[in-house]
Design a protein around this ligand. Structure first.
Ligand code: C2O
Ligand code: CU
Length: 431
């Protein structure tokens, strides 16, 4: 199922700069030109990395690390990241997943820029204005590139609060070898945290499938999802599982108890992260947190919707080079033959997303967050829920809305990246 030659990630990078509006090229919609306050360089290169368990991975890396270096900045920073590509024969970009940058900084090969060729560089700039948990990854042949290791975390903190918390970003990732990593490790790691200390864990799913995380040994809250704070979140226990969709992020916050706290991924107590000292806490079986019911309701900001779109997600079998393979479709088409959602600056766009297939589709919109209005016809009764990646399960119908406030040509796609490669990608295009 690897025959698509049409995807935005196919490697056949078109020239950058489709028109964003008459006379404006996406490549011209760049970040701030004033002097950066934080500068980073990330070098993409092939490396054989030995994981903490001793297993090795032949990876594509940033700076020979898995995951790539964490980019941690403070609100107000002007961030400059120079990408250098030392990978042999493979183009690379940087996409800031969940961080709503200007279109020309979005790092989508063939749409907002050409992929950076071997030996080349590209410099990205954006303002750190939205506090929260994000990640970055290459967006050229992304189903291969991300899986093989071209990813890392991006954290924006508010000024001055950092030292009061133990703050750990924990990407969940799986390699083709089967190795699963939480943060920087594929085995159980322990970390000493004194009782009474405030802890923030940034759970980030960088894999193609959903993963379930449970936090045992403490009461906790999910304070933010996809980099947006929730209103009045209720207290959760080990019996709740957090089902993280591909690309999604949950911030877990608690005060360190006297005993140990264990962060468990997919029901395994042999790995994960053990904080504090004492016996391994129990993980009683429970159920998934329904994020559309979670938190205290507060009004969303939308009133009128002047555009309405429906996206029907499905799968069909097609023949490519005489070989049957799946195509993942939106309204019956595969990328690039799916009509874009056309918007004008200032629009309030409502979209109904229907999954007619048998697999879940974690839909990711670039450059914007969407407000979830309803799931399966039930209005959201939790906190205003702003997501950039929402998981539409088989048979589900989600209604979401966004404000068209970031001009450009954007991708809207399934973040199960093989599904995207096989067609489930469309554009949101400003006229
Ligand atoms: Cu995380 Cu289009 O990507
Ligand atoms: Cu999908």
């Amino acid at each position: 199922l690897d025959h698509n030659t049409h995807g935005a990630d196919s490697g056949h990078a078109a020239h950058a700069g489709p028109a964003a509006a008459p006379g404006v090229s996406v490549a011209d919609l760049r970040g701030p030109s004033r002097a950066p306050t934080r500068k980073f360089t990330l070098t993409a290169r092939a490396a054989t990395v030995t994981l903490p368990s001793g297993a090795t991975v032949d990876a594509w890396t940033f700076d020979s690390q898995l995951p790539g270096p964490e980019l941690r900045v403070t609100r107000g920073d002007v961030v400059e990241v120079t990408l250098r590509n030392d990978l042999p024969g493979i183009g690379v970009t940087l996409h800031w997943h969940g961080y709503d940058v200007p279109a020309g900084e979005d790092g989508v090969a063939g749409v907002t820029q050409d992929a950076v060729p071997p030996g080349g560089t590209f410099t990205y700039r954006f303002e750190a204005k939205d506090v929260g948990s994000y990640w970055y990854h290459s967006h050229e042949m992304s189903s291969e590139a991300v899986r093989k290791g071209l990813y890392g975390t991006l954290v924006v903190t508010p000024d001055g609060t950092e030292s009061a918390e133990t703050d750990i970003a924990l990407p969940v990732h799986r390699f083709d070898t089967g190795a699963t990593m939480l943060g920087g490790s594929d085995r159980r790691e322990t970390r000493d945290v004194p009782a009474g200390r405030r802890v923030r864990l940034r759970l980030i799913n960088t894999d193609n499938d959903a993963h379930r995380v449970a936090v045992g040994g403490t009461l906790y809250i999910v304070s933010a999802i996809d980099g947006r704070d929730l209103n009045g979140p209720t207290v959760l226990t080990a019996e709740t599982t957090l089902r993280l969709p591909a690309g999604g992020r949950y911030d877990v916050v608690f005060t360190m108890p006297a005993g140990a706290v264990h962060v468990m991924v997919d029901g395994r107590d042999s790995d994960g992260l053990l904080l504090g000292t004492g016996a391994m806490p129990a993980h009683p079986a429970g159920s998934d947190l329904d994020i559309t019911r979670y938190g205290t309701p507060a009004p969303g900001p939308f009133g009128r919707y002047n555009k309405d779109y429906t996206l029907v997600l499905d799968r069909l079998v097609r023949f490519l080079d005489g070989v049957p393979s799946y195509a993942y479709t939106v309204n019956g088409g595969v990328y690039p033959d799916i009509p874009p959602l056309l918007v004008d600056q200032g629009d309030e766009v409502r979209t109904t997303v229907v999954n007619r297939g048998t697999e879940s589709h974690p839909m990711h919109l670039h450059g914007h967050h969407v407000l979830v209005l309803s799931r399966n016809g039930r209005p959201v009764t939790g906190s205003p829920l702003w997501l950039d990646t929402f998981d539409v399960l088989p048979g589900e119908v989600w209604q979401v809305a966004f404000r068209a406030d970031n001009p450009g040509i954007w991708l809207d796609h399934c973040h199960n990246l093989p599904h995207a490669k096989q067609g489930m990608v469309l554009h949101v295009a400003y006229r």
